[in-house]
Design a protein around this ligand. Structure first.
Ligand code: ZN
Length: 320
C-alpha cells in the first residue's frame, strides 16, 4: 500500500464532516480575568458568525456577583443578531431552575440550553456545592422546564476523563450520569476533560464504550477537550476515530478551568478547524474568517493567546 493509499484508508474510517460548537463567548469569557464590554462581545460574536459557525454558546445565567464576566447575559441575548439566510443555533449555559427562569425571558433569541455537573463528587462540591444526586435532582426540573419551552438540551459532564481531586473517574459512573440526563430529556451529552487529564488511548476507549451504550438512542455525543497539557488535538483525533462528530472549542484557546492554577484552556477552534480541514473533514467554517475573529479577541484582550494558528497562520501548500 502506498503512503497515500494508506492515508486514504485511515481517512475512510473518520467522519466526513463534524459539528463544531464555539464556546468562547461563554466558556472563554467566563474564565478570563477581565470583564469584556458587552459591545466588544457583540462585535466578536458577529465576527465568529461571519466565519460560518453554526453553533455558538453565547453566555450563561449565573449569579452576577459570582461571575461578573457574564453579568451582561440579558443585555447580550437581547442585542445579538442572527446571521441572515442560514441556520444558526445559539445556546445558553444554565446552572439551575432560577437561571433558566431568567433565560426564558429572552426567547426566542436562543435555541438550546446546556446544563452541567461533574462526574466526581469532590469536583461537583467544589464547583456547585452540591452532591451529584442533588445536582441531578435540580437539573431534572431545569431540563423539563426548558423542554416545555421548546428548547433543545445538552448535558455537559465535567471531569469525565479524570478529576483533579479524586483522580480516576470510572467511565461506567460517567455513563450512569449521562443516562440520567438522557432520561430527563437531554438529546446531547458533552463529555468534558475539564483539567486536561485525558490521553488519546483513554479517549478512544471511552467513546467506543459510550457509543455502545448510547449509540442506538440517537443521542449526540460531544467532546469538550481542554488543552491543559497539550493533548487536546490528539484527543480530538482519537475521538474522531471512535466516531465522534461533535466538538466544542474556543477561539484563541480562551477559557478552560482554573484548576490546576493558571492553566488554560479549551482546544483552540482555529487549531481544531485547521487540523480537520487538512484531513479532509468538513466543518462549514471559513478558517481565514475565523482567524479574523481570533485576532480581534487577542487585540481586545491585549495579550497573546494560546492558539497556534494565531502565530503560524493556516497551512500553505503553495508559496504565494
Ligand atoms: Zn471548556
Amino acid at each position: 500500500m502506498s503512503v497515500e493509499q494508506s492515508a486514504r484508508s485511515a481517512a475512510s474510517s473518520l467522519p466526513r464532516s463534524v459539528r463544531v460548537r464555539e464556546v468562547g463567548p461563554r466558556d472563554g469569557f467566563q474564565n478570563e480575568p477581565e470583564v469584556i464590554a458587552t459591545a466588544d462581545k457583540l462585535r466578536l460574536i458577529e465576527l465568529l458568525l461571519a466565519s460560518g459557525i453554526e453553533r455558538l454558546e453565547l453566555t450563561s445565567f449565573v449569579r452576577p456577583d459570582v461571575i461578573p464576566q457574564l453579568a451582561d447575559a440579558a443585555e447580550l441575548l437581547d442585542s445579538v443578531r442572527r446571521p441572515e439566510g442560514r441556520d444558526c443555533s445559539f445556546s445558553v449555559l444554565v446552572p439551575n431552575p432560577r437561571g433558566l427562569e431568567r433565560a426564558l425571558q429572552h426567547l426566542p433569541n436562543f435555541d438550546e440550553i446546556s446544563v452541567f455537573l461533574s462526574a466526581s463528587e469532590t469536583h461537583n462540591r467544589h464547583n456547585v456545592n452540591r452532591s451529584i444526586a442533588e445536582s441531578l435532582a435540580g437539573l431534572e426540573k431545569t431540563i423539563n422546564d426548558a423542554r416545555a419551552a421548546g428548547l433543545r438540551c445538552e448535558g455537559v459532564i465535567a471531569t469525565s476523563f479524570g478529576c483533579p481531586y479524586e483522580g480516576r473517574v470510572e467511565p461506567e459512573r460517567v455513563f450512569e450520569i449521562a443516562a440520567a440526563l438522557v432520561e430527563f430529556g437531554c438529546v446531547e451529552i458533552g463529555f468534558g476533560d475539564t483539567t486536561g487529564m485525558a490521553n488519546p488511548l483513554q479517549v478512544g476507549g471511552f467513546y467506543r464504550a459510550a457509543f455502545e451504550r448510547f449509540g442506538g438512542a440517537e443521542i449526540e455525543l460531544t467532546a469538550h477537550f481542554h488543552n491543559t497539557r497539550g493533548q487536546g488535538l490528539a484527543n480530538v483525533l482519537a475521538a474522531l476515530g471512535a466516531g465522534v462528530c461533535s466538538f466544542e472549542s474556543s477561539f484563541g484557546e480562551l477559557g478552560g478551568c482554573p484548576v490546576p492554577a493558571g492553566s488554560t484552556g479549551n482546544v483552540a477552534s482555529e487549531d481544531l478547524v485547521s487540523m480537520l480541514h487538512e484531513m479532509g473533514i468538513e466543518t462549514g467554517i471559513d478558517l481565514d474568517a475565523l482567524l479574523v475573529a481570533s485576532r480581534a479577541v487577542e487585540a481586545t484582550l491585549g495579550r497573546r493567546l494560546g492558539a497556534h494558528l494565531l502565530r503560524a497562520g493556516p497551512v500553505e501548500w503553495q508559496h504565494r
